[in-house]
Design a protein around this ligand. Structure first.
Ligand code: SDX
Length: 442
């Protein structure tokens, strides 16, 4: 099969026509015109190329080279290390917005006007009360259960506990589910943390900010008013802006795929929690801390890097499917790590992290593979400095990502091009054969 890129403008199936490919199938001698649009060829057009009874499909493990949707929520330029939500660069949002404002932007496409922001903040502040069934569910876990398992189970239980979250609102009615899911994600995270300590849960405080309320639910002591440390409140808010959404990552793809069956948003978000739990994805921030602790001292970094370059270990918190330059979030988090660690008198693990980064940025193995620190490399150091245990780090990632997952679920549900996800496969199993009863198998 030979392919030429034909620059003549042709009607394209996509919204941004970019000419056509003239494809000659050498198996049949047939020539096909494949429209190019938005840097893609439609697989449905590929399927028109037939040599036998069924047309061609594309084979793309990990969907490395496959666009699964059109989305207006987040834009990444991996080579430039650029990230923007609805057109706003992450650097500007991190410097000037609040997480709740960014959540509104992701969900609605625009930064809220002052009055709308107040109403949105109120909806989230009052949407996170956990009822007795949720308390019993969390309390039913072993004391040492990983909080991501608790979060996964509790998010999946929401439609059973709150049936109204399983229903779409009546036409024209506002949808209360995004605010409730964002709020309940925060409440469940704090409940999971306190369960691990054997402490009773703390009810949401509707007078506090989103991060301030989270801190109160995490750390409030019985009977004492909770004093929010504004430095910690700000650091959490910035971290959560940086983790809110990130285009079609593994967990968002899970949310969209599960959501394509028509299931409710809570169940789709639970699928996102499950995917995020993995050490190659959101679980990497916990894995980074474990790695830094294992290295133990700056003097051991060179030896550890040898194991990485031999392929025996992964440098957790490094590398990214899209970013082939610095992850812009890592740059911002690193700066915050320095600021926040001043609160906690520094961290020996920070010195190890800085040495790992310094070596990696000069070493051919990493430079050739374009491996740079990603969002997970420094975030754990901040969480640790804030007194959050490493088992909670991925939960800290999941809390803000609920806003991105719900925004992506809503966009997918409203997309007329989307349908239930049901990919093809290449069958490698046994050819047709006849059943033999057990007594005759010897
Ligand atoms: C997140 O997608 C997103 O947007 C995710 C995320 C989000 O906000 O949702 O940004 C959050 O998940 C960030 C990534 C966190 N994960 C880690 O830090 C785990 C360590 N990183 C890797 O496992 C890896 O870099 C991935 C999973 C992030 C990306 O994997 P790819 O794109 O599939 O790359 P690959 O595994 O095919 O690696 C390409 C090469 C390989 O070497 P060769 O086989 O060519 O010799 O690079 C090497 C890999 O061995 N490599 C690494 C490495 N990452 C890739 N080698 C050492 N250490 C690493 N971290």
């Amino acid at each position: 099969m030979t392919v030429q890129h034909d620059h003549k403008g042709a009607k394209s199936a996509g919204e941004n026509p970019q000419g056509t490919l003239s494809v000659t199938d050498d198996r049949t001698g047939e020539t096909y015109e494949l429209p190019v649009a938005d840097g893609t060829v439609r697989a449905a057009d590929l399927n028109k190329i037939k040599a036998e009874e069924i047309g061609l499909a594309s084979y793309d493990p990990g969907l490395v080279y496959t666009a699964t949707c059109r989305s207006a929520i987040t834009f990444l330029d991996g080579d430039a290390g650029h990230l923007a939500h609805r057109g706003y660069p992450i650097e500007e949002l991190a410097a000037q917005a609040t997480f709740i404002e960014v959540a509104h932007l992701l969900l609605n496409g625009e930064l809220p006007k002052a009055a709308d922001l107040k109403a949105w903040e109120r909806a989230v502040a009052t949407g996170g009360t956990a009822d007795e069934h949720l308390h019993k569910l969390v309390a039913s876990f072993p004391r040492d259960a990983h909080p991501m398992s608790i979060m996964l189970s509790a998010m999946g239980a929401l439609p059973a506990v709150y049936p109204e979250l399983a229903q779409a609102p009546a036409d024209g009615e506002p949808d209360p589910r995004p605010a409730r899911l964002i709020a309940l994600g925060s409440t469940i995270a704090a409940m999971a943390y306190r369960h691990g300590l054997g402490e009773a849960p703390v009810a949401p405080d509707t007078e506090l900010s989103f991060p301030g309320n989270f801190m109160s639910m995490m750390w409030k002591k019985d009977g004492q008013p909770y004093e929010v440390d504004p430095r910690v409140e700000k650091a959490l808010d910035v971290l959560w802006i940086l983790h809110a959404d990130h285009e079609q990552n593994c967990s968002t793809n899970a949310v969209r795929s599960v959501g394509s069956s028509g299931v409710d948003p809570c169940s789709a978000v639970a699928a996102g929690v499950a995917a995020l739990y993995g050490p190659l994805h959101g679980g990497a921030n916990e894995a980074v801390l474990n790695m830094l602790r294992e290295i133990g001292d700056v003097s051991n970094v060179a030896e550890f890097m040898t194991h990485v370059k031999n392929g025996e270990r992964r440098l957790m918190g490094f590398g990214h499917r899209v970013y082939k330059n610095y992850d812009p979030r890592a740059t911002i988090i690193k700066k915050y790590a320095m600021d926040v660690l001043d609160i906690a008198d520094g961290s020996p693990l920070l010195d190890i992290a800085l040495e790992l980064e310094k070596i990696a940025l000069d070493d051919d193995y990493f430079v050739q593979r374009r491996l740079y620190p990603n969002v997970d490399f420094y975030s754990g150091l901040i969480y640790q400095a804030l007194g959050i245990p490493s088992k909670m780090f991925t939960v800290m990632f999941a809390v803000p990502r609920v806003s991105g997952w719900v925004a992506q679920w809503m966009e997918s549900a409203a997309d007329p091009e989307q349908k239930i996800v049901r990919p093809r496969q290449i069958y490698t199993g046994a050819p047709t054969r006849t059943y033999i009863p057990a007594q005759r198998r010897d």
